[in-house]
Design a protein around this ligand. Structure first.
Ligand SMILES: NC(=O)c1ccc[n+]([C@@H]2O[C@H](COP(=O)([O-])OP(=O)(O)OC[C@H]3O[C@@H](n4cnc5c(N)ncnc54)[C@H](O)[C@@H]3O)[C@@H](O)[C@H]2O)c1
Length: 401
């Protein structure tokens, strides 16, 4: 279940909580960052009986108030007010990538566990600093994506582990789009350091690859930037032109510790919108669902059959927030969470290695390693109440899921 870093070169800790009270009842949750993605989290988290969303904070206090009103969350205000609350155990950090580590360290300093949106950090040093700060305090620094916990990728993992393809030997992963500036009202950060298609979309594809192949050993890559500026396409700032600071396409060759290989293309430059994740084994090949989604069938192509067989997904597919729930239950149980900081750090290390390989033209060894995440039990039920009633019930609206 765990994903603990095992590299000798760059050990970073996200070991399970070893001591201290784990509490009882539903886990109190606060959000920092009431922007675009907070709606998806709030829709999901306010429906889970095992967590209680108690407070929403943002630098923009009005934004926090609007989201709190929309989702029946009793508390809203500043980050300092959120961190002062004794009833909040997990803080969900939905700020922009450049703020992830700074905000995460503040959360840990306040004695709370942190769930971060991806990427966990912009560079290796600050990523390690965050995980070390959590380990020192016996707290957890978990991280998105949690798409790999959804029914789609979990069903595919179970199928592949069950031997449907033989031994997995290679993969092809593509994400092509014209770019998120057309729909995101504040898209500058998506073309800045810590984003671009590699750091913004790469976590979904690389986490799904590590889920099925285990850790990455080395990478080669090229990168390009088609246009030096972009134009905001929606919202009150539509028409605003802003500069592009990072490559908008990366092509990478990935070599796993197992000896398997993958081709990965991530682009914000293509008018052809396409997502694809194919895994080839010694006996058969499979087309998996979109790694940036929580559901979808897997098609298995057997050379002996004229037509592929479609394996529907089975299991829960609630959306963003499943990883926070798994973190909450894991804290109560004293076991490692699945979407761990160690897994996110390895994915970050791979993405940075891809950037370095593209810049230098050299093959880059990936120093960190991580255990392959073990599949979620097929009867895992996020909608179940497993932690009892506790004392947090009052003042929080629960939505039907
Ligand atoms: N938008 C998406 O579809 C999407 C999907 C998946 C993941 N994500 C990830 O979610 C994160 C947020 O993305 P978004 O699209 O919601 O961005 P956004 O710009 O819409 O919202 C970010 C919010 O964080 C607040 N904020 C920034 N720094 C802060 C700080 N130091 N303290 C308190 N509040 C702060 C901003 O005021 C803003 O309200 C990013 O890491 C992104 O990669 C976004």
């Amino acid at each position: 279940m765990s994903a603990t870093v095992s590299s000798g070169a760059e050990p970073v800790g996200n070991e399970p909580v070893g001591s201290g009270p784990v509490g009882s009842g539903p886990v109190g949750v606060g959000l920092i960052g009431a922007g675009v993605i907070s709606t998806q989290y709030l829709e999901v988290l306010t429906g889970f009986p095992d967590v209680r969303v108690l407070f929403i904070a943002d630098l923009d206090l009005d934004r926090a108030a609007i989201q709190a009103a929309a989702f029946g969350v009793a508390g809203h205000g500043s980050v300092a007010e959120l961190l002062a609350r004794d009833d909040v155990e997990i803080v969900v950090n939905l700020t922009i990538p450049a703020a992830h580590v700074e905000v995460g360290l503040q959360v840990l300093e306040a004695g709370k566990h942190v769930w971060s949106e991806k990427p966990i950090a912009l560079d290796r040093d600050s990523g390690q600093r965050l995980l070390a700060a959590a380990a020192e305090r016996g707290l957890r620094a978990a991280c998105a994506p949690d798409t790999f916990l959804g029914a789609g990728l979990q069903s595919a993992q179970r199928l592949i582990e069950g031997g449907a393809l033989g031994r997995p030997v290679s993969a092809l992963a593509l994400m092509q789009s014209a770019g998120p500036e057309r729909w995101h009202p504040n898209p500058e950060f998506l073309f800045g350091v810590g984003a671009g298609p590699l750091f913004d979309m790469g976590p979904y594809y690389l986490t799904a690859l590590v889920q099925n192949f285990g850790p990455v050993a080395r990478v080669s890559a090229t990168a390009s930037t088609a246009r030096p500026s972009r134009t905001i396409g929606s919202g009150p700032r539509a028409g605003t032109v802003f500069p592009v600071a990072v490559p908008t396409q990366h092509n990478a060759l990935i070599e796993f510790e197992s000896g398997a290989t993958a081709v990965l293309l991530l682009s914000f430059e293509s008018a052809i919108g396409r997502t694809l994740l194919e895994i080839t084994g010694t006996d058969a090949a499979a087309a998996l669902p979109d790694p940036n989604g929580f559901s979808g069938a897997t098609s298995v192509f057997d050379p002996a059959s004229a037509e592929p067989t479609t394996a529907p997904d089975s299991g829960p597919a609630f959306g963003r927030g499943m990883g926070v729930l798994d973190l909450a239950r894991s804290i109560r149980a004293g076991v490692p969470e699945r979407a761990s900081g160690a897994l996110a750090y390895h994915v970050l290390d791979v993405m940075i290695s891809i950037s370095e390989a593209a810049a230098s033209g050299e093959r880059v060894e990936v120093a960190s390693s991580v255990e392959r995440p073990v599949a979620v039990p097929s009867d895992w039920d996020p909608a179940a109440s497993t932690l009892g009633q506790g004392t947090l019930g009052a003042g929080t609206q629960k939505r039907e899921v």
